[in-house]
Design a protein around this ligand. Structure first.
Ligand SMILES: NC(=O)c1ccc[n+]([C@@H]2O[C@H](COP(=O)([O-])OP(=O)(O)OC[C@H]3O[C@@H](n4cnc5c(N)ncnc54)[C@H](OP(=O)(O)O)[C@@H]3O)[C@@H](O)[C@H]2O)c1
Length: 327
């Protein structure tokens, strides 16, 4: 089959269309003819040789797909050849064919295109896990979503609003309109103002109950100041670096703060399957009624994967970058 291969670990120019063996579905796996896949930061790191795939996963890039079931492995009971499915993969999405664990597949809603469906799994599962499982967000609470216009951020805004929370985001100014249209109550231009001062002003010094953070080191101290008593901080990435310059940890005690972090890709199959089931129960109907929307920044022909990676690495996207897999 055709697949996007990484010639040598390095820059986007290393991505090239080539030939790779077609995968075989093992028991409880579906072989899917891929129509679309979507980019994740993990792909850009894996391309550079900085993020090896988990043991047993395809070495090809691509953590999510939408496509049509071509064959079902032994023991599969939920889907049959011809069904349209989308979902999370441990790798292998940048290819004509991919295998997906049946428990990780969801049916593509009638009203969504394959490109839209492919843009959902990684960011909505990550945001759902962060808000609900780790952040224990409650109706009426306030959540601060950093990088609100990122793929995960745009999913988090919508999910938090659907759960009845108030949402504050940080993002580049030109990305505010999209965040506000998705339901954010307040957008902060973090490049031209202190997000801490803006959050405290907006909340009349009360702070927020939950923060979803991707920036880490440089935001850590200000994040603690933005949290109210019993607040939770969920860390999902370290886009700004891992080091904290100076910190008074007594705030954690005084406000009874809880700090946690997670990566979705390293979670067990059972964890990912349960998360998929819960997201499906919460969100699939809402996608059908358009209460939740896939947020697509751009769609590239997969032969232009290098340009798509450059676009992401330049922080130019608002929402997801999709690769359309062509014959
Ligand atoms: N832990 C997990 O399970 C998990 C799962 C999925 C993704 N992630 C991680 O979560 C992050 C977001 O993923 P994504 O796919 O949603 O990203 P994305 O769509 O590429 O968006 C990232 C955005 O973050 C902002 N940003 C980048 N560097 C920044 C910095 N130093 N300070 C402040 N803002 C910065 C930029 O938006 P502005 O223009 O607004 O600054 C950028 O467009 C990535 O690091 C990804 O690896 C983690």
């Amino acid at each position: 089959m055709k697949a996007i291969l990484v010639n040598t670990p390095g820059g986007p120019e290393q991505l090239q269309l080539g030939e790779y063996p077609k995968p075989e579905p093992k028991p409880h796996e579906l072989l899917v003819k891929v129509h679309a896949t979507a980019l994740n930061r993990a792909d850009t790191l894996q391309r550079q040789g900085k993020y090896p795939p988990p043991a047993g996963a395809s070495p090809l890039l691509g953590l999510e797909v939408a496509g049509v079931v071509e064959a079902a492995g032994e023991g599969c009971s939920r889907y049959k050849p011809g069904d349209k499915v989308f979902g999370l993969l441990p790798g292998g999405g940048y290819a004509e064919y991919a295998v997906i664990d049946e428990a990780m597949a969801m049916p593509v809603p009638e009203n969504l295109s394959m490109e839209e469906a492919a843009s959902i799994p990684e960011v909505f599962l990550t945001a759902f896990q962060a808000l609900v499982w780790l952040g224990r967000l409650q109706t009426g609470e306030r959540v601060l979503v950093h990088a609100g216009a990122s793929g995960v951020g745009t999913a988090a805004i919508q999910l938090a609003k659907a759960m009845g929370a108030a949402v504050v985001v940080t993002a580049s100014k030109e990305k505010h309109q999209v965040c506000l249209e998705l339901g954010a109550d307040k957008a902060i231009d973090y490049k031209n103002a202190s997000f801490k001062e803006e959050v405290l002003r907006y909340t009349e010094n009360e702070g927020v109950d939950l923060i979803i953070d991707f920036i880490a080191g440089p935001y850590f101290a200000d994040n603690l100041d933005c949290l109210r008593t019993d607040g939770r901080l969920v860390m999902l990435a370290s886009l700004g670096g891992g080091k904290v310059e100076s910190l008074d940890v007594r705030k954690i005690l005084a406000k009874r703060l809880q700090i946690t972090g997670s990566t979705l890709r390293t979670r067990s199959r059972n964890y990912q399957a349960k998360l998929t089931q819960e997201l499906r129960d919460f969100a699939l109907e809402k996608f059908k009624t358009c209460q939740l929307k896939p947020v697509i920044d751009s769609v590239y022909n997969w032969q232009e994967a290098a340009a798509a990676h450059r676009h992401m690495e330049a922080n130019k996207n608002t929402g997801k970058i999709v690769l359309k897999v062509m014959k």
